[in-house]
Design a binder for this molecule. Structure first.
Ligand SMILES: NC(=O)C1=CN([C@@H]2O[C@H](COP(=O)(O)OP(=O)(O)OC[C@H]3O[C@@H](n4cnc5c(N)ncnc54)[C@H](OP(=O)(O)O)[C@@H]3O)[C@@H](O)[C@H]2O)C=CC1
Ligand SMILES: Cc1cn([C@H]2C[C@H](O)[C@@H](COP(=O)(O)OP(=O)(O)O[C@H]3O[C@@H](C)C(=O)[C@@H](O)[C@H]3O)O2)c(=O)[nH]c1=O
Length: 286
């Protein structure tokens, strides 16, 4: 059995490589973007013909949330058209597609944990194009898992935790938004979830929510990062309006994970526990 991983050099792609190695999973094929551009149908056709994959994990995406407001067409090509290309080849080859999506498909105007069937209404170009990527998949295949996740961080690539650690060392004071509430997700845990889905051979296709357990604000998340890493920096809670950004983010994007926990029997770690794991790994790397 072979499992093709697209976007292998990104954050989640690298986490998948780490977890696959830890679990001794040898079926994953990590494809560099030069060989596996999801916007290149000829290249994809050759890869699918060569590997005849049982699963295709799409970690490739346009993820620069603010920049996407100015690069709408590029974001749409990667987040919608690239996904359509993969879904088409998956449909033709009987491959199960595992697509990663985002809490940013929601407007976040509520205050109750979001379930998979809740109304979507993205506030940003990134969120809209990720939603378009979700919607295009069933046009080509019914054999897919869409995993919506939120606030990914890890030892790899750029993310909020690494940004806070860097800024915490450089500055005396940091101002961080406290009126956006969600749940951080350690990308290593998400990678484990993806491999568990594959190992289970589950045919319960559809859309699922996955994050760590619990909820927090960016401010409380930053405070926890500094407390656990023993970084001495003053952290000031501010409102969203005091931190203007090009893209609008949802104010409340906590996702309910009952569906994935029930279907797969998953035990999901609390965000604070996983943050401790990540920070201790980062400390050994520095
Ligand atoms: N990061 C987060 O906080 C969250 C992410 N997600 C979703 O999780 C998934 C993984 O995110 P994450 O790993 O953090 O993202 P990254 O930005 O770290 O990785 C995305 C990867 O996709 C690559 N890529 C871009 N365009 C193409 C293309 N045309 N063909 C092949 N590869 C391409 C990028 O390469 P390059 O760098 O060269 O452009 C990059 O290596 C994405 O679907 C994202 O939308 C969901 C919720 C939260
Ligand atoms: C650096 C910084 C950010 N912030 C705020 C801005 C923003 O609301 C929040 C997070 O900022 P970032 O730019 O790190 O993260 P952002 O790009 O908004 O993260 C999102 O990425 C995409 C890909 C997703 O899919 C989402 O789930 C989410 O993880 O923190 C502060 O308040 N103070 C600061 O010093």
């Amino acid at each position: 059995m072979s499992i093709l991983v697209f976007g292998a050099s990104g954050q989640l792609g690298q986490c998948l490589a780490q977890v696959a190695q830890e679990r001794g999973s040898t079926s994953l094929v990590f494809l560099p973007e030069a060989e596996a551009n999801i916007l290149n149908p000829e290249g994809l056709q050759a890869l699918f013909a060569r590997y005849q994959p049982s699963y295709c994990i799409n970690c490739a995406a346009y993820t620069a949330v603010d920049k996407a407001e100015d690069e709408v067409e590029l974001a749409r090509r990667v987040n919608r058209d690239g996904v359509a290309n993969l879904a088409q080849f998956c449909g033709q080859h009987g491959t199960v597609l595992i697509q990663i999506s985002t809490d940013f498909v929601f407007a976040g105007t509520g205050n109750q944990p979001l379930v998979e069937t809740d109304e979507v209404a993205p506030l940003s170009v990134y969120g809209l194009t990720k939603l378009e990527g979700e919607l295009v998949i069933p046009e080509y295949t019914g054999r897919y898992f869409i995993l919506r996740t939120s606030w990914l961080y890890s030892e790899y690539a750029g993310n909020f935790v690494k940004t806070m650690l860097k800024l915490g060392r450089e500055r005396e004071e940091l101002r961080v938004i406290w009126d956006q509430v969600g749940t951080p997700t350690y990308a290593i845990d998400l990678a484990g979830c993806i491999l568990t889905i594959i190992d289970s051979g589950s045919q319960a296709f559809g859309t699922y929510h996955y994050s760590n357990e619990g909820l927090t604000s960016w401010y409380d998340f930053a405070t926890a990062i500094f407390q656990i890493s023993q970084t001495a920096v003053k952290t000031v809670p501010i409102r969203t309006a005091e931190y203007p950004t090009k893209a609008t983010r949802p104010a409340y994007s906590v996702m309910d994970k009952s569906k994935i926990k029930t279907q797969l029997g998953l035990a999901i770690p609390h965000w604070r526990h996983s943050l401790q794991v990540c920070l201790s790994r980062l400390a050994t790397l520095s």
